[in-house]
Design a protein around this ligand. Structure first.
Ligand SMILES: NC(=O)c1ccc[n+]([C@@H]2O[C@H](COP(=O)([O-])OP(=O)(O)OC[C@H]3O[C@@H](n4cnc5c(N)ncnc54)[C@H](O)[C@@H]3O)[C@@H](O)[C@H]2O)c1
Length: 252
């Protein structure tokens, strides 16, 4: 059977853990070659090795998405390896663990905004020539924190609102030039990022997670399904959209 992403080449940032790893695996299973970009080179390498073991073409790059030089080098090496990049998943991110505004240091604000938002700008800018040459697709990981407060602290919420604006601007500037861009907005997903929260059994947070219509948090593979849909041809008329995938978190 032909995969839904056969002949595609994807760059997945933060592609070695949690949601990004699930997306890397799903894209590879659908026939894409995958460049796993992650600041943690060790887990990126392990992820790429696993994809290769499963029969995919995959490479790992240790990349800090906040560093333009690091991003440029990874873009160059990814294109040298695969000859093209037509899918970009901007997924690398960090959480601020609900830090309230008055306790958020300038340093923490900068770190969260740099990784979650500026990183997306640097990576997209570096890969746009390749995406434009190839009718590319961009999928950006925002969050429920892109549309409501309370899913994080002030830095995280601000960064994830920014991701939606960034995605819409990309769609506006590049849609007619052949590049489609959309955002995914997960609710609570069990990953290394959220495990400390889910494990620490904070009654209020766990109650909030379980009070959603789905009655539970998500597994990363469920989010990868949406990323696959938005990366593939089935979503060909979808531009600049922000897709909630939150078990109903935001219905209340
Ligand atoms: N887990 C959730 O409940 C949830 C909900 C909504 C949105 N998200 C978003 O999903 C994305 C993935 O989160 P996750 O839960 O899988 O977390 P995770 O911690 O498992 O994965 C994040 C990955 O990003 C990488 N990363 C961090 N800083 C980086 C940098 N400077 N350069 C390159 N890579 C970097 C990390 O090494 C890690 O592999 C994030 O953008 C997060 O904000 C997560």
């Amino acid at each position: 059977m032909v995969g839904r992403l056969e002949d595609s080449v994807a760059v997945v940032t933060g592609g070695a853990s949690g949601i990004g790893r699930a997306i890397s695996e799903r894209f590879a299973a659908e026939g894409a070659s995958v460049a796993v970009w992650d600041v943690d080179e060790k887990i990126a390498t392990a992820t790429a090795e696993e994809l290769v073991r499963l029969g995919a073409r995959a490479v790992a790059f240790g990349v800090d998405v906040t560093d333009a030089g690091s991003v440029a080098a990874a873009a160059e090496r990814s294109l040298a390896e695969f000859g093209r990049v037509n899918l970009l998943v901007n997924n690398a991110g960090v959480f601020d663990y609900y830090t309230p505004l008055l306790e958020t240091s300038e340093e923490q604000w900068d770190r969260v905004l740099d990784i979650n938002l500026k990183g997306m700008f640097l990576v997209t800018k570096a890969l746009l020539p390749a995406l434009l040459a190839d009718g590319g697709v961009v999928v950006n990981t925002s969050s429920i924190s892109g549309v409501v407060a309370g899913g994080g602290g002030v830095a995280y919420t601000s960064s994830k609102h920014g991701v939606i604006g960034f995605t819409r601007q990309l769609a506006a500037e590049f849609g007619q030039r052949g590049v489609r861009a959309n955002a995914i907005l997960p609710g609570a997903v069990e990953t290394p990022m959220t495990r400390p929260i889910l494990d620490q059994a904070d009654a209020a947070i766990l109650e909030r997670v379980r009070s959603v219509p789905a009655g539970r948090h998500a597994q990363p593979a469920e989010i990868a399904n949406l990323a696959l849909f938005l990366a593939g041809d089935e979503s060909s008329f979808i531009h600049g959209a922000a897709y909630l995938i939150d078990g109903g978190w935001t219905v209340f």
